[in-house]
Design a protein around this ligand. Structure first.
Ligand SMILES: [Zn+2]
Length: 130
């Protein structure tokens, strides 16, 4: 199949080179994807991405920090909330929905140093009727 040992060595060298190039390309894609995510997170308002969470010292601070109104003017309602670990940080995600335009609004909180426990149940986020 191979005329000489040197042909086989060349083929092996090319194969190893291909593997190295593929590994480098894979690494670059990961770095590029992370960079794009950071760039996108920078354009979002604080709290809208796990890369730019709102820092709170207590879960009790969260209800006052979530938005109460949608961009369309309707009152936002809580859809779901819960833990959203991100790397070594403990994040808490609150997703609100608009009953008028159906837009979902996520808000991420960094609760890594929170000194209290989350309150789940009848929501403290439920809008107070006027
Ligand atoms: Zn809306």
């Amino acid at each position: 199949m191979f005329d000489s040992l040197s042909d086989l060595l060349w083929l092996l060298a090319i194969l190893i080179l291909c593997i190295v190039v593929l590994a480098l390309v894979d690494r670059w894609v990961v770095i590029l994807r992370r960079g794009l995510l950071r760039l996108r997170a920078r354009r979002l308002p604080p709290g809208r991405s796990p890369l730019s969470p709102l820092h709170v010292a207590a879960f009790a601070e969260i209800p006052a920090l979530v938005r109460s109104r949608c961009g369309c003017g309707a009152t936002l309602q809580k859809v779901i909330e819960g833990p959203a670990p991100y790397g070594e940080r403990q994040l808490w995600l609150v997703v609100q929905g608009c009953p008028t335009c159906n837009q979902r609004t996520p808000t991420y909180f960094d609760v890594t140093g929170a000194h209290d426990r989350p309150r789940i149940g009848p929501s403290p986020l439920t809008p107070v009727p006027r």
